[in-house]
Design a protein around this ligand. Structure first.
Ligand code: ADP
Ligand code: MG
Length: 250
């Protein structure tokens, strides 16, 4: 579903991704962990074309989003094609990024209406089903400011799902939440995984990575240091930097 090969990204002279390769199979949940500043968000943002890459190749469901020629020039397909490929992925951010001036329901139907051109009644039906799924039907007509952080993040997940993506990207979805609110968000994500959604999750929640992810990847200093099936990753981390990071998370 996702195949990233040798991704490179610079901000000025700072090389933030130094040849990152990772693939995610259909129905697979992959957790990406690593210290702050290691390039995890940038990696996700490249997959969703919120950032352009400086080298490497990104393939989403067999379609090339970005590639690099022999001269080292990166190429993207025409804009319509890029948009179509990116529509296969939905993204959830650390800080929710809900539209504050729209109600919960309006947040969900905005993109289906505007981007997909779905009929309003179809979008509303879709949204109501998803709000029910994340347990927030009662908040349908509230504005985001009236919700708790955990509720906001569940709305953000429902909003991403409302575009019917095949892949969900999560960038530290619980990091901005009070500890007592992380459970409800993780539960929603766990349910999504149980429904075989393909998920790439940047997280500091080691319990979630261990129990829900099929595979765990560790990033440090713009490099993907190691990846392994979750049980193996935690039982026998191979790299000293991984071991040091896992120690620091205890
Ligand atoms: P992580 O998500 O692992 O904390 P990021 O991908 O956010 O790491 O950042 C990796 C590095 O890239 C950091 O040093 C950060 O300061 C830098 N960086 C991220 N985004 C930008 C940007 N838009 N401009 C300049 N530097 C950036
Ligand atoms: Mg980040």
């Amino acid at each position: 579903m996702i195949d990233a090969r040798d991704l490179r990204k610079r901000f000025g002279h700072h090389e933030v991704l130094r040849g990152v390769s990772l693939s995610v199979a259909r129905g697979e949940v992959v957790a990406v962990i690593g210290p702050s500043g290691s390039g995890k968000s940038t990696f996700l943002r490249c997959l969703n074309h919120l950032e352009t890459i400086d080298g490497g190749q990104i393939t989403i469901e067999g379609e090339v989003l970005a590639s690099t020629d022999a001269q080292g020039h990166c190429r993207y397909p025409a804009e319509a094609q890029v948009r179509r490929i990116c529509a296969k992925t939905g993204m959830v951010f650390q800080h929710f990024n809900l539209f504050p001036h729209l109600t919960v329901l309006e947040n969900l139907i905005e993109a289906p209406l505007v981007v997909q051109g779905v009929a309003r009644d179809v979008a509303v039906a879709r949204a109501e089903k998803l709000l029910d799924k994340v347990g927030l039907s009662a908040k349908r007509d509230n504005y985001p400011a009236r919700l708790s952080g955990g509720q906001k993040q569940r709305v953000a997940i429902a909003r991403a799902l409302c575009m019917e993506p095949d892949i969900m990207l999560f960038d530290e979805p619980t990091s901005a939440l009070d500890p007592e609110l992380t459970g409800e968000v993780l539960r929603t994500m766990r349910e999504l995984a149980q429904e075989h959604m393909t998920m790439l999750v940047v997280t500091h929640e080691m319990g979630f990575a261990r129990e829900v992810a099929h595979r765990v990847a560790f990033m440090d200093g713009g490099e993907l240091i190691e990846q392994a099936p979750a049980a193996e990753f935690f039982a026998q981390p191979r790299h000293a930097r991984t071991r040091a990071f896992l120690q620091s998370m205890l």
